[in-house]
Design a protein around this ligand. Structure first.
Ligand SMILES: Cc1cc2nc3c(=O)[nH]c(=O)nc-3n(C[C@H](O)[C@H](O)[C@H](O)COP(=O)(O)O)c2cc1C
Length: 316
């Protein structure tokens, strides 16, 4: 476990992912051993304005705890106000996004742009830490904007630590890299060694072996899973086993994949007002590596109703 102020989080956590880590995803993940997750990133401006679609993205349930919320934005006052609201809403932790590479976010001064704006980043950290009473504030970032050495992230991590931020997580790529190349675990290690607060490593953890490599190479305190968990909730137990030197659990059978895909469909139908569009993408995750995946994807993208989708899964 990693201690962050009054909160303990497990050493394996689920990252925030826009359009992915919604309530149905998290409920499925928790059924399979995931013990700490984040919402998708939330715009601080939209939260403070009370935009309905943003509040809908924050829906959770008692069985979906503990859960952290991540804010994106660049105005220290708005970020502080949004952090206070997140605490009042009962979230366990508030995180700040310094990694998002999306041009619209970066051109507004948020996400990975803040890696190049240490002064503004420091103001945001200080405001948010002061705005909350009990919950920890954390920062999630990339290695740098274009410099992959880890120096930019280390500088931000030191500022964060000085402001009272409880932990940082580091995706081992730059903004310029986007999702190309591979995550640099040695550079994450340089960030880890530059601060005394916990550092959680992130990037390209697709199985137990890669999680172990991330921890061994970087010396990080925890491991954050991202894309590796999409359609693969079995990864949490595999990673926990690898990090705990326990035997690798068996891979899921096709029947298990189908059963979980069907449950995901039902949960999406229950909690999402417009489930068909997202499910065309989500349901393909479960069969990515199975023979017949390409044909399934083609049919799924044509599907117009939940019934059609259900039939496609059953017939796979
Ligand atoms: C579709 C998608 C959405 C993402 N959304 C967010 C987000 O909202 N906030 C964030 O900090 N990172 C976001 N990320 C980055 C991931 O959390 C993670 O840092 C990145 O994918 C690297 O980890 P991985 O290689 O294990 O996937 C997103 C990534 C993807 C692919």
């Amino acid at each position: 476990m990693i201690r962050l102020r009054g909160l303990e989080i497990p050493t394996v956590v689920q990252s925030p992912m826009a359009n992915c880590t919604d309530l149905p995803f998290r409920l499925i993940a928790r059924d399979h051993g995931m013990r700490f997750a984040f919402l998708e990133m939330i715009s601080s401006e939209a939260l403070v304005r009370g935009v309905r679609s943003t509040l809908e993205m924050m829906q959770t349930l008692p069985e979906d705890r503990p859960v952290g919320a991540q804010l994106v934005g660049c105005d220290p006052d708005v970020m502080g106000e949004a952090a206070a609201r997140i605490e009042a809403m009962g979230f366990a932790l508030v995180d700040i996004n310094l990694g998002c590479p999306v041009p619209k976010i970066v051109s507004n001064g948020g996400g990975s742009k803040l890696l190049r704006e240490p002064e503004t980043a420091g103001k945001i950290f200080a405001k948010m830490v002061r705005a909350v009473q009990r919950i920890p504030v954390t920062v999630k970032m990339r290695l740098g904007f274009s410099d992959g050495s880890g120096e930019e992230a280390a500088r931000i991590a030191r500022i964060a630590q000085d402001c009272g931020v409880a932990a940082v997580s580091v995706h081992g790529r730059t903004r310029e890299q986007g999702y190309t190349g591979s995550a640099d675990y040695e550079a994450i290690g340089r960030v880890k060694r530059s601060v005394s607060i916990p550092v959680i490593g992130n990037g390209d953890v697709m199985d137990g072996a890669s999680a172990l490599r991330l921890r061994t190479v970087s010396g990080c305190d925890g491991v954050m899973l991202g894309r590796g968990a999409l359609g693969n909730p079995w990864i949490y137990q595999e990673v926990e086993a690898a990090l705990g030197a326990a035997p690798t659990p068996p891979k899921p059978t096709l029947a298990q994949r189908k059963a979980v895909a069907l449950r995901h469909l039902e949960l999406q139908a229950r909690y999402d007002a417009h489930p068909v569009g997202p499910l065309r993408r989500i349901l393909c995750w479960y069969f990515r590596d199975a023979p017949g995946a390409a044909a399934f994807r083609g049919r799924m993208h044509q599907a117009q109703s939940l019934e059609e989708m259900r039939d496609l899964i059953v017939a796979f």
